[in-house]
Design a protein around this ligand. Structure first.
Ligand SMILES: *[C@@H]1O[C@H](CO)[C@@H](O)[C@H](O)[C@H]1NC(C)=O
Ligand SMILES: *[C@@H]1O[C@H](CO)[C@@H](O)[C@H](O)[C@H]1NC(C)=O
Ligand SMILES: *[C@@H]1O[C@H](CO)[C@@H](O)[C@H](O)[C@H]1NC(C)=O
Ligand SMILES: *[C@@H]1O[C@H](CO)[C@@H](O)[C@H](O)[C@H]1NC(C)=O
Ligand SMILES: *[C@@H]1O[C@H](CO)[C@@H](O)[C@H](O)[C@H]1NC(C)=O
Ligand SMILES: *[C@@H]1O[C@H](CO)[C@@H](O)[C@H](O)[C@H]1NC(C)=O
Length: 302
């Protein structure tokens, strides 16, 4: 007897999936039209050539249809109370075309998470408008074919928790990065691989010591950074991952690590790092994985 209502309910849910939409807020009307016009500003190219970063891209925006609840569209998430769009994940969605400098996307003022990684925006200049989304906590534009200089306004995103501007072939000015470091005090994850940071002269490398103590992961592969890095950066209290690889002219010394060092991942290959103060290195029974850097071999193991 007690099973009957349950069976009826599961029958209804499985046969009338649209019924489940009543548990979702209905999306804000203006937000839906913003998304539709954003969708229509791109073509979809699902050939694997369009973005070598995706094994196969998946056109999420194909499920975006006028008149349906945008909170149920693929890649879209809404605030459960207001129905405002707060998250967009269109990574690897086969989007191709110019990114309009005044794209309607910038009207979504409640947006907190935006991932447009692995699309092809035809080397459009990166619009300033990204910096107007001050509510953003997550921004990911990795390998999405923007070009030029990272807009300085990006430093207005003071609530950022995660920022990925990797593999864009763009440049960042020293002052912009400095302002990001000063303003984004809650940042946990910063990935700037392949970004041209050569505007940061060896004499101003110390601006990197001011990273927020909340930083957990920092990836600066192949950025053209030069000079001698103070080892404070390796001592950030919560840093678990640090990748400085492929910065040939970046030098530094490893500090003395101890049990309370949170660092779990350190990549210094093809850098000028040395271990001046180290005179004993023992990996016995340590679960050590990965390769031992060449400079260690030369100095200590052979
Ligand atoms: C969506 O449909 C409504 C009503 O049919 C129409 O007024 C509106 O212009 C449509 N929006 C878009 C972006 O096509
Ligand atoms: C973008 O919008 C601003 C103000 O809304 C306007 O001043 C500017 O000319 C627009 N730029 C383009 C390229 O449409
Ligand atoms: C820091 O962020 C606030 C809030 O977005 C902004 O008003 C301010 O201009 C930013 N400061 C810098 C140096 O970018
Ligand atoms: C950015 O998005 C790509 C694709 O989804 C993902 O592989 C990468 O880890 C993301 N970056 C961060 C910092 O989360
Ligand atoms: C680091 O931040 C402090 C306080 O915000 C500031 O006084 C100092 O000049 C900064 N150092 C660098 C190298 O930017
Ligand atoms: C371990 O290293 C950290 C920073 O590198 C230092 O603050 C702490 O005092 C060290 N702890 C011990 C027990 O040596």
């Amino acid at each position: 007897m007690g099973w009957f209502p349950f069976l009826v309910l599961s029958f209804l849910l499985s046969h009338f999936p649209s019924q489940t939409s009543s548990f979702m807020p209905f999306c804000n009307y203006d937000d839906a039209s913003v998304l539709l016009s954003f969708k229509s500003s791109f073509t979809l190219d699902s050939s694997s050539l369009s973005n070598p970063w995706c094994e196969s891209c998946h056109p999420k925006t194909e499920s975006w249809e006028n008149g349906t609840n945008c909170c149920l569209w693929e890649g879209v998430s809404c605030d459960t109370k207001s129905g405002h769009v707060i998250g967009i994940d269109l990574s690897c969605s086969c989007l191709q075309g110019e990114f309009h400098p005044n794209t309607t996307l910038f009207k979504l003022i409640h947006l907190q998470k935006l991932n447009l990684a692995f699309n092809y925006f035809s080397n459009s200049p990166m619009p300033n408008g990204f910096g107007d989304h001050v509510a953003l906590t997550h921004l990911n534009l990795s390998a999405s074919a923007f070009s030029g200089v990272i807009p300085s306004k990006i430093s207005h995103l003071s609530k950022l928790v995660s920022l990925d501007l990797s593999f864009l072939g763009m440049r960042i000015e020293a002052a912009t990065l400095e302002n990001v470091i000063v303003n984004a005090t809650d940042i946990r994850e910063l990935t700037l691989d392949g970004l041209d940071m050569s505007s940061i002269k060896p004499s101003s490398l110390s601006l990197l010591v001011n990273f927020s103590s909340s930083l957990v992961s920092l990836s600066l592969q192949q950025t053209g950074l030069q000079g001698k890095l103070a080892n404070n950066i390796l001592c950030l209290p919560n840093l678990q991952k640090l990748d400085l690889s492929f910065n040939r002219y970046l030098q530094g010394e490893l500090p003395e690590f101890n049990r309370s060092t949170p660092l779990r991942y350190l990549d210094l290959c093809y850098t000028g790092f040395t271990l001046e103060s180290l005179n004993y290195l023992d990996f016995y029974s340590s679960d050590f994985e990965g390769t031992i850097p060449l400079f260690l071999y030369k100095k200590y193991l052979i």
